[in-house]
Design a protein around this ligand. Structure first.
Ligand SMILES: O=C(O)[C@H](O)COP(=O)(O)O
Ligand SMILES: [Mn+2]
Ligand SMILES: [Mn+2]
Length: 563
């Protein structure tokens, strides 16, 4: 992992590729949550009508293959870690494998360095007179946060002087099984009870389901964050309970309840007073390491001037993120662990070499093809060469109700960008496989996959018209497997005999296909890189733009043979 020499001081100019010409349009399509798995009733991609993608597969092995999209191939701690959008798009855009947030936090906790850093020293100043609040996702999905890291942080913070701790829990059910919130809260309560035995006043103070409370992304719906603010900061929510276990158990009694969407709740004392609103002088840590779904709350917690909703009260706190979530905005300004310094991304190289880029997705994935693609950096490298376009996602409608999402609109925007001939690269993310896959609704996911295929067709037709090249791939698996399985691959059943729905991503590889009239006839996938992963895509795309990739990039997937 990242063993290549750093590129500091090296020139930005890319050498011309000896065999591939510059100036051909390259369309880059990322199908979100689109892995490869054997045919099976729980494989929605297989079940869906996807003629465009099926046709591409026929070009294997020369122009269609599989690449790794999980675990160490994308900088995660182990090969048991499923892929996710952040690490997937980071790898796709950066062309290098970086130790990612999950891994960096593990290392900082294991070595104890987390307690020596500036961020912890900063929040510690509040420990004598104030409360330490920990806000984040209660999950062992390893996508946004990990439960064992929360456990270590609770223990470590109390050993380093925190006397009063309040935890604000967001239930998952998206990266882990629905219903697992109960077990996580039980385990957390056990840990907090142990801390209380040691004289630390530690309790859960508030919570809610991640998709309804706090963890919105890309400013899709600030009301989600406001619900979190009201519960975590103001101590106000429609549901009040004496403890967190009672809260999740009671809220889950509603037949439609789902961990992802539990309503906000606060924990109150005997007299009905919230046990842990955030007050002047307190310390706050958002313990998610992943940026996209924490950065909105980070803005609300940190920015003096803020107009996204009425905060009612803006406490004077010492706030630190687990990581710094946005390297460009330097937000939050304090953090416990330094984020991976993802530098020299393909986006920056191509912009510095004159490549004109258009990137587009709908809101829920917009930052994936821009912010994550560019190494967790918001904004343009060169506004005169780049255009990023966002199509507003549906708000307040679950994606299994609108499984086509904005696939068609994204494809039409991409088509227009391609036909305008104003761009050298047109890059999109098509969200259906992932966003509908996360709902666990098989029928809807099949509809979503078909819509994604139709979108791809529109884009490929436009590429055909301008004589361009396409690169089609995905960031990790999701829709290709909707069943939780045992080690032998057999679907697991619950006590009523029903197959357990897998709402999360998977460990499966993803396809990559290249083609289009502009692709030189002798271009084909190399056969000497059987373990290649998402990080090999950037060099490949650079080649197709007519450039050699920088030396420190993971190797290109393609070679050019004489025809
Ligand atoms: O944030 C989410 O929606 C899920 O936890 C992960 O999905 P993504 O990595 O595809 O965004
Ligand atoms: Mn994704
Ligand atoms: Mn996802």
């Amino acid at each position: 992992m990242a063993t290549r020499p750093p590129a500091e001081g090296k020139p930005w100019e890319l050498a011309a590729h000896p065999r591939l010409a510059k100036g051909t349009l390259v369309g880059v399509v990322v199908l979100d949550g689109w892995g490869e798995a054997p045919p099976d009733p729980f494989n929605c991609i297989h079940a869906a009508d996807t003629p465009t993608l099926d046709a591409l597969k026929k070009a294997a092995p020369a122009r269609w293959r599989l690449i790794k999209a999980h675990g160490t191939a994308v900088g995660l701690p182990t090969d048991d870690d499923m892929g996710n959008s952040e690490v997937g798009h980071n790898a796709l855009g950066a062309g290098q494998i970086y130790a990612q947030g999950a891994k960096l936090v593990d290392l900082a906790l294991a070595s104890g360095k987390i307690y020596e850093g500036e961020g912890f020293k900063y929040i510690r100043q509040s420990f004598d007179d104030g409360t330490l609040h920990l806000i984040g996702l209660l999950s062992d999905g390893g996508v946004h946060s990990r439960f064992d890291q929360l456990q270590l942080l609770l223990k470590g913070a109390s050993e380093h002087g925190a006397k009063r701790i309040r935890v604000h829990v967001l239930t998952d059910g998206r990266d882990v099984l629905d219903g697992s919130s109960v077990r996580f809260v039980e385990m957390l309560e056990e840990d907090l009870a142990r801390l209380r035995e040691k004289g630390v006043d530690a309790r859960v103070a508030s919570g809610g389901g991640r998709m309804y409370v706090t963890m919105d992304r890309y400013e899709n719906d600030w009301q989600v964050v406001k619900r979190g603010w009201d519960a975590h900061v103001l101590g106000e929510a429609p549901h009040k309970f004496k403890n967190a276990l009672e809260a999740v158990k009671k809220l889950r009694e509603d037949p439609k309840a789902n961990d992802q969407y539990l309503p906000p709740f606060v924990i109150v004392d005997e007299s009905g007073k919230p046990v842990g609103p955030i007050q002047d002088g307190d310390a706050v840590v958002t313990f998610n390491f992943r940026a996209d779904r924490m950065v909105m709350l980070a803005k609300a917690l940190e920015y003096e001037n803020f107009d996204k909703f009425d905060r009612i009260r803006f406490p004077k706190i010492r706030y630190a993120g687990m990581l710094q979530y946005d390297g460009e905005l330097k937000l939050p300004s304090h953090y416990l662990v330094a984020p991976p310094e993802i530098e020299r991304t393909s986006g920056e190289y191509l912009a510095r070499n004159g490549v004109r880029t258009y990137a587009c997705s709908e809101t829920v994935k917009f930052g994936h093809v821009t912010f994550f693609w560019n190494g967790n950096r918001s904004g343009y490298f060169n506004p005169s060469l780049e255009k990023y376009e966002e199509i507003p996602s549906d708000i307040g409608i679950p994606f299994n109700v609108q499984p086509k999402m904005k696939a068609l609109e994204i494809a039409q925007k991409a088509r227009d960008a391609i036909l305008s001939r104003k761009f050298d690269q047109v890059r999109v993310n098509i969200a259906n496989g992932d966003m509908v896959g996360h709902t666990g609704d098989i029928e809807a996911t099949i509809v979503g996959c078909k819509a994604a295929d139709e979108a791809v067709k529109i884009i490929l037709d436009a590429i055909e018209q301008v004589g361009g090249i396409f690169v089609l791939t995905a960031d990790h698996g999701n829709a290709e497997d909707m069943a939780k399985r045992d080690k032998s691959g057999k679907p697991l059943r619950d006590k009523d005999g029903k197959v357990q729905t897998l709402t999360s991503h998977t460990l499966n590889p993803v396809p990559i296909a290249i083609g289009g009239p502009g692709l030189a006839p002798g271009v084909r996938f190399r056969t000497d890189l059987p373990n290649a992963g998402l990080a090999n895509v950037a060099a490949t795309v650079m080649n197709l733009h007519g450039f050699e990739a920088p030396e420190h990039y993971e190797p290109t997937l393609i070679e050019v043979v004489d025809k």
